[in-house]
Design a protein around this ligand. Sequence first.
Ligand SMILES: CC(C)(COP(=O)(O)OP(=O)(O)OC[C@H]1O[C@@H](n2cnc3c(N)ncnc32)[C@H](O)[C@@H]1OP(=O)(O)O)[C@@H](O)C(=O)NCCC(=O)NCCS
Length: 152
Amino acid sequence: MRFEPLRYEHLRQMAEIEKEAFDMPWTESMFIPEVNSENATYIVGTRGEEVVCYGGFHTVLDEAHITNIAVKSSDRGRGIGRFLLATLIAKAREKGARYITLEVKTTNDAAIALYKSFGFEVAGVRKRYYNNLFDAYVMWLDTEEREQHHSG
Ligand SMILES: CC(C)(COP(=O)(O)OP(=O)(O)OC[C@H]1O[C@@H](n2cnc3c(N)ncnc32)[C@H](O)[C@@H]1OP(=O)(O)O)[C@@H](O)C(=O)NCCC(=O)NCCS
């Protein structure tokens, strides 16, 4: 698998992965503005022509907001999500972000465990964030605090 920047050619397969991953999937047309947006950074993991995973964020000042992160269901549980998130965090740092934030459904144990393992913390709950039905945690990572932990 290799990572490449988001291209229009990826969108159809990404929309398929969205459908298997989320109750409120993004459609192809929702991704279109992201392709050339100045404040959006997306990476797509591919194997030949096949899209395996993707993730992206929007940067505003020193904050990066992760909008999407998903791994094709047949490729989950092999470390790809971990590699994808590590790469997104590194890219967000390159773009000048210190803080990284995202929303995650409160019942999404796999994603929450992944984020916590990178040092993300729950900062709040958005009630009925998804479909006006399911709650979301707002999670935050201070990348500089994390670096301090790691350097001891
Ligand atoms: C969340 C997601 C991106 C993880 O990708 P993945 O490639 O399966 O994850 P990895 O194999 O890299 O595992 C990374 C960590 O995630 C957690 N995790 C992954 N699958 C898990 C599961 N079934 N149950 C609990 N934790 C799990 C673990 O902490 C794991 O670390 P470990 O292997 O050291 O225990 C993937 O499940 C996915 O695409 N889900 C649907 C979309 C989604 O929910 N995106 C997040 C929205 S905010």
